[in-house]
Design a protein. Structure first.
Length: 202
């Protein structure tokens, strides 16, 4: 598996991807738009649609992010319409690590920065208030603490919200805050008190 001439693969499922535009970056990696290349292992479901690929890096050694398997396990709640779908990954023990996911064209942050008209802003607020409780319930039912809920991690696609970026997420079953990746200046009171509960996302 390699990145060569803006191509990535073969993946875990033997697919190759054409990388296009950088659309986001964070503490653990970069996100690109991409397309599935033609080949022997193409997925008909992924043909002719843009994809999102997150390529992980390790430049922030002070952060202990979940391993890729854990991120994929937490994304298994993707049967929910409120979570970006997971499609493919890098082969185990090969670098760089990456995830192939559903492409979500914009975030709430991007939408709000466009300075929408008053009636449009009202619709965005209504959408947030209507679907965010369902998103939080999805996480709670799955026993997952996302820990990085913010406008830039809440996508909008076809008029609905999509939860993005599980890089800081952890199962609620983890009992020690020390085992959770975190950005100290944003630690909520529950973390400081040693309690790991879904309320961390509220």
């Amino acid at each position: 598996m390699e990145i060569f001439n803006n191509r990535l693969g073969p993946s875990f499922h033997g697919r190759e991807y054409q990388i296009e535009e950088l659309i986001g970056k964070g503490s653990f990696g970069y996100v690109y738009t991409a397309w599935q290349e033609e080949g022997n292992y193409v997925s008909p479901a992924l043909q002719h649609q843009p994809l999102a690929i997150k390529v992980y890096h390790y430049s922030h050694a002070s952060y202990q992010r979940p391993v890729l398997d854990e991120i994929i396990q937490m994304m298994s709640i993707a049967s929910s319409p409120y979570v970006a779908q997971f499609f493919d990954r890098s082969p185990p023990r090969e670098m760089p690590e990456y995830l192939v996911m559903e492409y979500v064209p914009e975030t709430m942050q991007k939408r709000l920065l466009q300075l929408p008209e008053e009636h449009t802003l009202h619709r965005i607020i209504q959408l947030y208030l209507r679907e965010m409780p369902w998103m939080l319930e999805t996480l709670s039912d799955a026993g997952i603490v996302h820990r990085d809920l913010k406008l830039s991690n809440v996508g909008i696609k076809e008029g609905h919200l999509k939860l993005l970026d599980f890089g800081l997420a952890r199962p609620v079953s983890i009992t020690s805050p020390r085992a959770m990746p975190h950005k100290r200046i944003f630690d909520p009171p529950e973390m400081q008190q040693g309690r790991i509960t879904p309320s961390l996302d509220v």
